[in-house]
Design a protein around this ligand. Structure first.
Ligand code: UGA
Length: 434
């Protein structure tokens, strides 16, 4: 059985640690945040991630999964070290590798005997080569090691499921030596005939970026078409459905909305665009995806202003703050741009989200009103604005809404209602591209 340390217990590191323990390895998850590690030792999840809780508890119970803040010891103990620290967007759009490089230096200082260092964090092209160089220069060749690029394709909210049922596993190496160990730790997937893509570092790094950029481009495309539909009176929902019936296009990631957000698409589109500009090979489709996605967020505000006119002093109920449902994450959520614009216009914004209220309070403080549920937010509102497709927002009592609100505008920016149904309750309906 392999001994695996995972540095970083964000959603990628935690999912990787719990998932690999579940596949039978002996895993130690490492993080500098003591509070987080203390909680995890007690089986308490630091993030909201459906389905992860039970797998965590199960593997802790069977002693395959442990947690520690002693990163030096964790590195010495392990055969395989996964790096899963954040690579957030820096000021200039490029990925900020500070945490990653710190982790690499710590590994280099503590390396003993042969180690496999696996990069899970999303890193710009050339980073795995750089990791190798850094370790070689600090360790001066005293110990053998291999570096492996093994990007993740997990969706927040479905991270555990995606880890256990991936579409493919990508392994980038520059030597055959670590391949067998990688096969072994992912053995249950191998046995289930999940495709494994063995390639070089640069290709593995690029596969990760191009996957996210392509998906982001698909969403941006249907959002742009939704704006066209609004003008020409066509239905984007029917268009997307028929478009997706073409097997070459596929029906997924064609849901129009208020623009994509989250910790990945915005960061990765920016990072790949910046990298390509740096090397003199700009990617105009990726650049445009970033621009058109921002326009989509502002377009939502235009829709509201077009209906309500001057927003000064008007109460607007915003339902949903997370960048998508099944997560408490509001990073780069469209709600941020939209709410800030509404506040700039002088509106009073009352919000409710089933999971993201604490994160919202940390971001907006007393600039907005935090409500106890949907109906509390809607009380006395001129308009309601749905920004996240939470299931509990799909079946609201429309009669109650009509009587609670002072106005009648119903902005469904996730297209989760039927116009006829909403209008039959005396509400004005506005979706996206309908
Ligand atoms: C994304 C990718 O889907 C994962 O494969 C990848 O591993 C991950 O980034 C990452 O790099 O870590 P995630 O950010 O969790 O996962 O979210 P998605 O489900 O992809 O959604 C991203 C954004 O696009 C959300 O704001 C969502 O609301 C929006 N979206 C998605 C749409 O507006 N329409 C769609 O049809 C699909």
């Amino acid at each position: 059985m392999y001994k695996i340390s995972v540095i970083g217990t964000g959603y990628v590191g935690l999912t990787t640690g719990i998932g690999l323990a579940n596949f039978g390895s002996n895993v130690l998850c490492l993080d500098i945040e003591k509070d987080k590690i203390d909680k995890l030792k007690k089986g308490i999840m630091p993030i909201y991630e459906p389905g992860m809780d039970s797998v965590l508890k199960e593997n802790v119970k069977h002693n395959r999964l442990n947690f520690s803040t002693d990163i030096d010891e964790g590195i010495k103990w392990a055969d395989i070290i996964f790096i899963a620290v954040g690579t957030p967007q820096g000021d200039d759009g490029r990925a900020d590798l500070t945490s990653l490089l710190n982790a690499v230096e710590t590994i280099a200082r503590n390396i003993k005997g042969y180690k496999i260092i696996v990069t899970k964090s999303t890193v710009p092209i050339g980073t795995n080569e750089k990791i190798k160089e850094i370790i070689s220069s600090v360790d001066t060749g005293a110990h053998e090691f291999d570096v492996v690029s093994n990007p993740e394709f997990l969706r927040e909210g479905k991270a555990m499921y995606d880890f256990l049922h991936p579409d493919r596993v990508v392994i980038g190496t520059d030597s055959p030596r670590p391949v067998e160990a990688m096969r072994r730790i992912y053995r249950p997937l191998y046995l289930n005939e999940v495709p494994f893509v063995f390639t070089d570092y640069r290709t593995a790094e690029l596969i990760k970026y191009t996957s996210n950029c392509f998906l982001a481009m698909k969403v941006a495309f249907i959002n742009e078409i939704s704006r066209l539909c609004d003008v020409i009176g066509a239905d984007v929902q029917a268009t997307a459905k028929a478009l997706g019936m073409d097997g070459r296009i596929g029906r997924k990631f064609l849901h129009p909305g208020p623009g994509f957000g989250g910790s990945c698409f915005p960061k990765d589109t920016n990072a790949l665009a910046a990298y390509a500009r740096d090397i003199g090979m700009p990617l105009s489709l990726v650049e445009t995806t970033i621009k058109t996605n921002y326009q989509q967020k502002l377009y939502m505000v235009d829709k509201i202003k077009k209906r309500l006119g001057n927003l000064s002093g008007k109460r607007l109920a915003v339902l949903g703050l997370a960048f998508k449902s099944e997560t408490d994450d509001i990073r780069e959520s469209s709600a941020i741009v939209i709410i800030n614009e509404l506040l700039n216009e002088g509106a009073q914004v009352a919000v409710y989200d089933p999971q993201a209220m604490d994160n919202a309070k940390a971001l907006w403080g007393d600039k907005i009103l935090y409500c106890k549920d949907e109906y509390d937010a809607l009380s006395g509102a001129e308009a309601m604005v749905i920004l996240t497709e939470w299931n509990q927002f799909r079946n609201l009592h429309l009669d109650q809404i009509r009587s609670l609100m002072t106005g009648s505008a119903f902005f469904d920016f996730r297209n989760i209602y039927k116009r006829s149904e909403v209008e039959s309750h005396g509400l004005f309906y506005e979706g996206v591209g309908q």
